[in-house]
Design a binder for this molecule. Structure first.
Ligand SMILES: [Zn+2]
Length: 445
């Protein structure tokens, strides 16, 4: 089996159970797995120098809509609140097809990889013009990221009092049938899996109560995870109280949407009882600080969630509401936002990085990822701290205070997909050109 030794790194932030921080240390990769972490390790295989670098587990993205990077910074949506923003973008998205889904997923996953991400989920909830979930799965294989796509869905269109146009919603029976199809075809439950499929009705305001319940039953039957948007802003809470007669937490609980196989995006407006519910049931949260800032949704109570024991990971959210998708920048934003709400000692750079790595892996049900210790998957980010952003830092390992936002090297399942800051799996300039052309075509209408 091939071996790679990352040798003599200045610092290794293991995120293991003891949260060990090692100086002048090595990480040995054998096949797709970490074989050793410590000093003085040897190999007959390849050596990658860790000198001047900080080594961390690969970052984990727990919430995204990859397709949206074709509609970044759309003028009519730049300054709108959530619901108005959606109504600006729906008509544009209704013109997407398989090519748009495939190229946007390649571009989005490449962008994430450059920012240190090795494992990403995706929430694809509209399938216009013959688009299918596998358009994104094929893209992830090409880029080389570990991928957790979710089969999203919307079924309540404008004519039924919903937000999306009728052309973007699907029949609920067809949705469930396609959920079964993609799980059977693409979900790999094995340890070290590169692709796990989840089920993800878009939000409580775009599908029926029955579909929420049926998706939960199906997920339990198939042994896959559940994902949706929840309690994103004040409008979202008001909608829940007006239409369901309860808060989002109660709605989720009644329909089977709590448990360690469920994670909800945003949760900006969870109250104390809902935080307690999530902690008791080990229900996960995908915290998306940049998106929450961008849409003015508020500051998620992440400090209170973490203190209560709620599993929290980070998500960049769709590129149309961020509009960048840098996971390292997202981790810094998470740290800063908790400080705005709770004071300068509310979240350390180290804790934010733990949420971005181990935290996200746990939210996605991947305890085999997100930490550097023997037996875990070899998903590893190497950050060069000899550049301009770290210069003068007294603690180069405090990456989120002063450090690079792009990785030098990145390994996924032991395979090097970024070398010297460049993607090894795809020609990035060509990809950007193809992606730009598709975006221009959409602008022209
Ligand atoms: Zn989202």
């Amino acid at each position: 089996m091939t071996e790679i030794l990352i040798q003599n790194a200045d610092t290794v932030l293991t995120m293991d159970d003891a949260r060990r921080v090692l100086r002048g240390a090595d990480v040995l990769i054998r096949g797709g797995v970490i074989a050793g972490v410590g000093q003085g390790l040897q190999t007959s295989g390849d050596v990658v120098s860790g000198r001047g670098c900080v080594v961390t587990p690969g970052l984990v993205n727990t919430h995204h809509h990859l397709y949206q990077n074709l509609t970044r910074a759309v003028p009519g949506g730049q300054d709108a609140l959530l619901f108005g923003w959606l109504q600006t973008l729906y008509p544009i998205w209704s013109r997407f097809g398989p090519d748009e889904m495939f190229i946007s997923a390649q571009l989005g996953l490449a962008e994430l990889a450059l920012s240190g991400c090795t494992l990403s989920s995706d929430h694809l909830y509209l399938y216009p013009n013959g688009s299918r979930l596998e358009d994104t799965i094929h893209a992830a294989r090409d880029v080389g990221l570990r991928f957790h796509p979710t089969r999203g869905a919307m079924s309540i269109g404008e004519s039924d009092g919903g937000l999306p146009p009728d052309s973007l919603v699907e029949d609920e029976r067809a949705i469930l049938d396609d959920m079964i199809r993609v799980v059977d075809a693409f979900h790999d439950p094995s340890e070290g899996s590169m692709c796990r499929v989840g089920l993800a009705p878009c939000s409580p305001f775009s599908v029926s109560r029955e579909l929420m319940r049926d998706a939960a039953l199906l997920a339990r039957d198939k042994g896959v995870m559940l994902h949706t948007h929840l309690a994103e802003n004040d409008e979202d809470i008001a909608y829940s109280e007006a239409n369901f007669g309860c808060r989002p937490g109660q709605y989720a609980e009644e329909l089977g949407w709590t448990g360690d196989d469920v994670w909800h995006a945003h949760c900006v407006k969870l109250d104390a009882q809902e935080i307690d519910l999530f902690a008791r049931t080990r229900t996960g949260v995908a915290h998306c600080p940049c998106s929450n800032c961008r849409l003015g949704s508020g500051i998620a109570p992440v400090r209170a969630m973490r203190d209560a024991g709620v599993p929290v990971g980070l998500g960049v959210d769709g590129s149309a509401s961020n509009d960048m998708a840098s996971l390292s920048a997202e981790a810094r934003q998470a740290m800063l936002l908790q400080r705005v709400a709770n004071g300068a000692d509310a979240m350390s750079a180290y804790e934010a990085l733990e949420i971005a790595t181990r935290g996200g892996a746990d939210v996605l049900g991947r305890p085999d990822c997100g930490r550097l210790e023997p037996g875990k998957r070899a998903d590893i980010a190497i950050w060069d701290t000899r550049g301009v952003a770290s210069s003068g830092s007294w603690d180069a390992a405090a990456l989120l205070l002063a450090g690079p936002t792009r990785v030098k090297h990145l390994f996924v399942e032991g395979r090097q997909i970024i070398r010297g800051g460049e993607l090894t799996t795809l020609e990035l300039p060509r990809l950007i050109e193809r992606h730009g052309k598709l975006a221009h075509k959409l602008m022209e209408g």
